[in-house]
Ligand binder design. Structure first.
Ligand code: SF4
Length: 383
């Protein structure tokens, strides 16, 4: 079973803080791009045979900009090339301000059963400050349009640590978001990425300062308190869901299960072999058929074991020990005995029969723990 990611790299306008592969939208470019996606999917089918799909994620960029006719072509191609399982989770990322109820109804007809909305903040001043194209009112209308179209599973992406944002302002966004009845909320801290308009604006003093570290930490804790009090359980460092609404697609990444990425900037991890597409739109469009399976490279065992722990630790359920032992023929307690004992002794991790998971205290210093693990692995030089 496979998860499929399809990247749509077009946006109406670049948000100030964004460093994703995204390009200005034009209908001609979108048309050519979706045709190329369909060719890439057909080519994969020819090489790999029929595979079952467990999740599909149309991400971007702004997938809600894809016109219905082209989205139909894309879904037709996906259903032709794969065995899309009956309970397949099919997510489409949408940007408030780019669609109405009619479009959401079209997505549902095509089989989309989960919409992830880039709300970010429910505060017009902050939205404008970070260069979003939508308003608070449009975000609220967008959630209602999706729900009224019959798609109940709605994720709201929120960002905290915005320039000039206070703790009460963040709480206000969280409360308003919860009133909209999401099944899932992702709450990420803003990253001040290099080479973004945002970074230059901050350096030039054109934006209020970012909240300090203590405030950002308080924001994270407040998110956990308010979301969990509303029944959204934290199941990953930055992700909360009602029971049964955890994002199956993203869990695929955190569990290091196989996924296929189609489109520019997309990456694939297919049964231990990987490849990635160029982030360049013209590069992707001009290549005959990008990233053939034959070009995939194998990954180092040591690297894969560490990655399994690094990503598994992000989830509250932790690393699946049974699968780890089956895949690598050994367990973390034998591979990294010093770190393993230290994590348990200090109360940073706990182990039950099936999982090795960080405690709340461990989650707070996850990076430090991973560095410790990595240096033990490097000292031993193998696995
Ligand atoms: S909508 Fe998303 S992908 Fe597009 S520019 Fe904004 S943050 Fe980046």
């Amino acid at each position: 079973m496979l998860s499929l990611y399809v990247h749509i790299p077009f946006c109406r306008r670049k948000c100030a803080y964004c460093d994703f592969a995204s390009y200005p939208y034009s209908s001609a470019a979108m048309e050519a791009y979706v045709q190329k996606l369909c060719r890439e999917i057909a080519d994969y089918r020819e090489r790999a045979g029929l595979q079952a799909l467990n999740t599909v994620y149309i991400g971007g960029g702004t997938p809600s900009l894809v016109p219905e006719r082209l989205l139909e072509n894309l879904f037709e191609q996906i259903r032709d090339a794969f065995d899309v399982l009956e309970d397949c989770e099919i997510t489409l990322e949408a940007n408030p301000g780019t669609f109405a109820r009619r479009e959401a109804e079209g997505w549902r007809r095509l089989g989309v059963n989960r919409v992830s909305l880039g709300v970010q903040a429910l505060d017009d001043e902050l939205l404008q400050r970070i260069g979003r194209i939508h308003t608070e009112g449009q975000a609220e209308a967008a959630v209602r349009n999706v729900q009224d179209a019959g798609i109940r599973n709605v994720n709201l992406d929120l960002i905290y640590g915005l320039p000039g944002q206070t703790l009460p302002a963040w709480e206000d966004t969280l409360r308003k978001a919860l009133e909209l009845g999401p099944t899932h909320v992702s709450a990420y801290q803003l990253i001040n990425e290099e080479n973004t308009r945002f970074r230059y604006q901050l350096l030039e003093g054109k934006l209020p300062a970012l909240p300090d570290e203590d405030t950002a930490l308080a924001m994270e804790e407040r998110a956990a308190d308010l979301l969990e009090a509303s029944g959204l359980r934290r199941y990953e460092v930055s992700n909360y869901a009602l029971p049964g609404f955890e994002c199956r697609h993203n869990i695929t990444y955190w569990q290091c299960l196989p996924y296929l990425g189609i489109g520019c900037a997309a990456h694939s991890d297919l049964f231990g072999r990987r490849y990635g597409h160029t982030p360049s739109l013209s590069g992707y469009l001009e290549e005959e058929i990008p990233a053939r399976l034959e070009e995939a490279y194998g990954t180092d065992r040591q690297e894969r074991m560490f990655e399994r722990v690094m990503l598994g630790f992000r989830m509250t359920r932790g690393v699946d020990l049974g699968r780890f032992r089956r895949d690598f023929g050994t367990g973390p307690e034998a591979l990294w005995p010093e770190s393993y004992a230290y994590f348990e002794r200090e109360g940073y991790a706990r182990t039950d029969a099936d999982h090795w998971a960080l405690t709340d205290a461990g989650m707070r210093i996850m990076n430090t723990l991973l560095v410790r693990l990595l240096s033990e692995a490097e000292r031993k030089g193998g696995g």
